[in-house]
Design a protein around this ligand. Structure first.
Ligand code: TXA
Ligand code: MG
Length: 351
């Protein structure tokens, strides 16, 4: 298959491109598109054959449900039933934006889309191109992150091309995904609201709107309890794993730098290909290996935005050992550490 790659400018949405994407989606094809979190791999959410194609293209286990993207809050009612008041309040404050809400599904949503579950994940993205695409195609778009299963989520069209060129119909290049981490997922299908995946919309931001909310205990622990099964099926798979062995160093920053310098030197001397994930504040202190700056500690959003790209860069260099600083485990840091710990297979050295 030849994948059509189209660059699109937010200020000048090309009618032609949207028309073509609409045709592809209507005939059950796959279109990758930008969102503010990461790139999505879209298909008609109510067409079970189209949903199956997503799983095939990603190499994704079919029990891992897809998020359905909508372009207007009222569409929530077409897809879900028993919608609690809290869902409307969250939608009003955080949509369009990086929040996914889990609700009980209506019959029109096929089990192929929900991975066999009786609930459906719904999100109204903020990205203009994403919204125009959903609106103009006149369908709901099921879209997981547009990476091969097990790879870091794509934050640029280039990343999507690396994983999907030749296996999907179209890639819409709308520039860099600004946030860089997947949406926060909140389950409102039961009695108590539960965060199934941390993201840029933090626990306290959500609590300000709907009151108390819990974390799914299976996702937040530093060394996961093997007996706890995450409520979001996708969170149980090994994810975002770089090719090299990633180790996180935790502790006072000066000690972290010293320890990483020591281990990096040791492995460089053995002839290994070594990489270091540094911050703006520390980048000049590292002496050995390929040192890459993820972002600034003064602005955690830059770290979130840089994480997946840096993991892919180390893959391209075939880095064998990657050493990373750790980040504060609060607000946005919680989402960053959740992804970084998974990428590291929870391998942390305390110094
Ligand atoms: O930011 C995002 O959410 C991006 C963009 C493209 O919108 N999408 C994304 O999709 O991250 P994906 O498929 O990579 O992650 C979806 C997660 C998985 O962990 C899945 O298990 C969970 O959402 N999920 C989907 N439907 C669910 C449901 N009904 N119940 C529990 N978890 C669900
Ligand atoms: Mg994903």
């Amino acid at each position: 298959m030849i994948t059509k790659i189209i660059q699109i400018d937010t200020d000048d949405l090309q009618e032609e491109c949207l028309k073509e994407a609409k045709m592809i989606l209507a005939s059950g094809g796959l279109v990758a598109f930008p969102t503010e979190t990461v790139y999505g791999l879209g298909a008609n959410a109510l067409d079970k054959e189209a949903a199956k194609k997503i799983y095939e293209a990603k190499g994704r286990p079919s029990d891992n449900p897809l998020i359905v993207h909508i372009s207007s809050t009222k569409d929530m009612e077409v897809l879900a039933r028993d919608i609690p008041e809290k869902a409307y309040r969250l939608a009003e404050v955080f949509w369009p934006g990086p929040l996914t809400i889990i609700l009980n599904k209506r019959e029109c949503v096929p089990y192929e889309t929900t991975g066999g579950l009786s609930t459906v994940a719904i999100r109204l993205p903020a990205n203009q191109i994403a919204r125009q695409l959903i609106e103009s195609s006149g369908i709901f778009i099921a879209a997981p992150s547009a990476n091969l299963s097990g790879k870091p989520s794509p934050t640029t069209a280039e990343h999507v091309i690396q994983d999907m060129d030749g296996t999907i119909d179209m890639i819409i290049d709308g520039g860099k995904a600004t946030l860089g981490l997947e949406s926060t997922i909140v389950d409102l299908s039961g009695e108590t609201p539960i965060i199934l995946r941390p993201g840029c919309i933090t626990k306290s931001m959500l609590e300000n709107v709907i009151g108390e909310i819990e974390y799914d205990p299976a996702i937040m622990s530093i060394s996961p309890d093997v007996n706890l099964v995450p409520k979001a099926p996708g969170m149980k798979y090994r994810h975002y794993a770089p090719e090299g062995k990633l180790t996180i160093y935790e502790g006072e920053i000066a000690k972290v730098v010293d320890s990483i310098n020591a281990i990096a030197l040791e492995n460089c001397e053995k002839g290994h290909n070594v990489g270091v994930i540094a911050t703006m504040e520390t980048k000049d202190l590292y002496r050995y290996g390929a040192v890459k700056t993820i972002g600034s500690r003064q602005e955690e959003a830059t770290i979130a935005a840089g994480l997946y790209a840096i993991l892919r860069e180390f893959d391209e260099l075939h880095t064998e050992y990657i050493y990373s600083e750790s980040f504060a485990d609060n607000s946005l840091g919680q989402a960053i550490m959740n992804r970084l710990l998974k990428a590291a297979g929870y391998h942390v050295v305390k110094v």
